[in-house]
Design a protein around this ligand. Structure first.
Ligand SMILES: Cc1cc2nc3c(=O)[nH]c(=O)nc-3n(C[C@H](O)[C@H](O)[C@H](O)COP(=O)(O)OP(=O)(O)OC[C@H]3O[C@@H](n4cnc5c(N)ncnc54)[C@H](O)[C@@H]3O)c2cc1C
Length: 335
């Protein structure tokens, strides 16, 4: 079987990796741009997200799968990709402690180490309504992508989506892992995409040395030596990779409010997340042209979800193992 994987972000990398591991002849093409979602991403893996404090979709399955997968690549290629460290969530309104207590009475957090934080000041940060600490991690997506680019012998180039039919002359299957621009793709524009631009700052905070990730609407990730990554913004209207003063100022204001210190910006980047309207990945064959398969819609959770989802997809392609019904794109097709 000869497979073309279009795009080498997190989705294309993991899909090609698992296909190759199954003995498939895989060819990967990507333009090697620096402002893709996967290159700009903070790489956070957080098991509890959002204002409702729910665990992430399939968290107890996809989280250990992600850790194992990145560790495997680290060991295989002697690189450092995964940084596991606690995340502290700061409650910002008075309803959160009761909601948190309620969640703790269910079995939703059973697979996690979650510890409450009392209201007060801890490590230079105010927790007016308390918070909690949970195990989390960050993925160095650039080290991962560079490692996979080499391992998969990625060809640097672009496939014109309009030529999709001609690709069938050369390949048995084409897996489209082309990120947010798939919303304009002739084969996939029927899917309900909801791409969202995000901006992120690399900053220096003099004299502040946190050993944990902070989350309070924004997040602050320690990068060593009083350097931090501060993010991020959400803009559904302007879909480009141009950093804006408005986003920079907003992030700095939020960050200064959180840590009560001056913050110096060292780098500012922007990219568009390939988000889906349903907040689930879009995976599987085109209902009418099944030699074309999509792997997309990872939104804000590509680091966490791609290792597990792309493995499931590779098993579907190689062994015809059924896809999880929640991610199968065929459910969105209206002929
Ligand atoms: C500011 C920001 C912060 C983020 N933070 C996090 C985070 O903390 N945790 C997390 O899990 N996720 C985060 N994300 C989201 C995460 O980056 C995405 O979920 C993930 O990168 C999606 O990967 P992908 O491979 O589907 O898409 P992409 O990374 O967009 O990759 C698509 C690839 O396809 C290539 N391509 C496109 N068209 C073609 C073509 N025609 N021919 C060849 N190649 C093509 C592109 O150049 C690109 O390399 C963040 C995103 C942003 C923007």
């Amino acid at each position: 079987m000869r497979v073309l994987v279009v795009g080498q972000g997190l989705a294309g990398s993991w899909t090609a990796w698992y296909l190759r591991a199954a003995g498939v002849d895989v060819h990967v093409i990507d333009p090697n741009a620096s402002t893709t979602s996967s290159r700009v991403a903070a790489g956070l893996i957080t098991p509890i997200t959002g204002r409702r404090l729910h665990t992430t979709w399939k968290g107890s399955v996809v989280t250990p799968a992600a850790y194992d997968a990145y560790r495997h690549i680290e060991e295989r290629f002697s690189v450092r990709i995964l940084d596991r460290r606690p995340l502290r969530r700061v409650f910002r309104d008075p309803d959160m402690p009761a909601l948190f207590a309620k969640r703790c009475t269910t079995d939703e957090f059973d697979w996690l180490r979650v510890a409450p934080i009392e209201p007060g000041r801890h490590d230079v940060v105010d927790y007016p309504f308390g918070g909690f600490e949970v195990d989390a991690a960050t993925v160095d997506t650039n080290v991962f992508l560079d490692t996979m680019c080499h391992a998969l012998s990625v060809e640097h180039g672009v496939i014109d989506p309009e030529t999709w039919k001609q690709l069938e002359d050369t390949y048995d299957t084409v897996v489209w892992c082309d990120g947010w621009t798939a919303q304009h793709h002739p084969l996939w524009s029927w899917l309900p995409f909801a791409p969202v631009k995000g901006e992120i700052l690399d900053v220096h905070i003099d004299g502040m040395h946190l050993d944990h990730i902070l989350s309070a609407g924004i997040w602050l990730i320690p990068m060593g030596e009083a350097r931090y990554r501060l993010g991020s913004t959400y803009d559904w209207d302007t879909l480009d990779d141009i950093p804006t003063t408005a986003a920079r100022d907003w992030l700095l204001e939020q960050g200064r409010h959180l840590v009560q210190r001056d913050i110096v910006v060292e780098r500012h980047r922007a990219a568009v997340r390939p988000s889906s309207h349903m907040r689930r990945p879009y995976v599987g064959p085109h209902p009418v042209h099944p030699r074309h398969i999509i792997c997309n819609g990872f939104g804000t959770k590509g680091s966490l979800l791609t290792p597990w989802v792309c493995k499931v997809l590779a098993e579907f392609i190689v062994q015809a193992t059924p896809l999880d019904s929640e991610i199968d794109v065929r459910q969105w097709w209206k002929a």
